[in-house]
Ligand binder design. Sequence first.
Ligand SMILES: Nc1ncnc2c1ncn2[C@@H]1O[C@H](COP(=O)(O)OP(=O)(O)OP(=O)(O)O)[C@@H](O)[C@H]1O
Ligand SMILES: O=C(O)[C@@H](O)C(=O)CO
Length: 411
Amino acid sequence: MKLGLIGDDFTGSSDLANTLAKEGMRVVQYTGVPEHDADPSVEAGVVALKSRSIPVADAVAQSLAALDWLRAQGCTQFFFKYCSTFDSTPEGNIGPVADALADALGARQVIVCPAFPGTGRSVYQGHLFVNDRLLNESGMQNHPLTPMTDPDIRRWLAPQTTGTVGHVATQDVFAGPEAIRAALAREDAAGHRLIVVDAIRDADLRDIGTAARDLPLVTGGSGVALGLPANFGCIPGTPDWQGQAGPAICLSGSCSIATRAQVAEHRARNPARELGAEEVIEGRLDPDEVARWLLAQDGLPLAYSSADPDIVAEVQARYGRDRAGHAFEEFFAATARAAVAQGATRVITAGGETSGAVVEGLGLGELRIGPEIDPGVPALRARDDLVLALKSGNFGAPDFFDKANRLLAGA
Ligand SMILES: Nc1ncnc2c1ncn2[C@@H]1O[C@H](COP(=O)(O)OP(=O)(O)OP(=O)(O)O)[C@@H](O)[C@H]1O
Ligand SMILES: O=C(O)[C@@H](O)C(=O)CO
């Protein structure tokens, strides 16, 4: 293994694996830290954690355990993947995990770059944009777990790290890899270890990748991984894919804007069942029964709890944010388990936390990466009889569920 990657959620990890696979790396996504060594043919190993919204100390401990395993597999460079919308709170977990990994590796000049132009996320003069909106006006200010209320990544990161935050601005990035290297060295000399790097185009990300060739640790969204495989001599290509026959189900616990639009579009033409917060949280809904309902439908069935921000706020005020979140996640995991036990072979999930709960609930250890469905979302093979698509909240075209199902089926 050459490149060792640690993802703070499962959809984000598959987004990252997708980028590396398209750039020609042989990549596998692991659910948590594996207990065995990797197959020697794997060039890039993505250890998917569910560490974005857990207590800081747990996120740090899990990330360090992942780092130990990746080091033991022979990796020479490491990557910490977080969300392209920099999902975190003033306590963490991006800063503390980046600090801990940098300490363990003795790394300096640690790039911090959430940009992902393919999905509209760019970093300009230290500020994160989603398309033409600043992050804090993009809808992310209403995120149920990590509301993002400041678009200045330097300012948002500052309270999360023990050091000071540096910046490599667009004018240096546009000047190419040598200028980026020089700017990183300048920020290092000024005493900054975590350095926010601007990027607004894929070409910028490739140049940053070239500049990062000898850096032990890079952090960011999947975008900044774009330029890394070339440093290992990889050549872009399309991963192989064998379609999977059998029944499909969709599960959505994401309340993000893109998912809510996808749910509305899907519901208009397919069987869809809304999971009521009261019933789920108070344990009055049976996941086996919901799984039976899903498998009894014609068309592509969807079970969802996706709701508008005012409804989510009411649910959280009544039950508490964590209790509500966990109840839905456990419910989706149990429903997926029951549906697969009853014969489902294609499972499409929306939402990072939701997808993580489902993959863990299904006990899937390794995911092989197939072709891209939409930017940031690959087809995944878990077993000979089970394929998945794990969609990040704000990713995907309006008809994502249908599109994913067609590609997973090999149509
Ligand atoms: N109706 C609801 N009321 C309150 N909380 C909900 C509701 N539906 C889902 N949730 C919770 O909101 C959280 C949504 O997070 P999740 O990561 O799954 O989606 P997302 O944030 O849109 O995706 P991503 O992290 O990929 O951007 C989960 O913890 C989920 O259980
Ligand atoms: O980077 C992104 O936006 C996604 O991969 C993600 O992590 C959303 O949960």
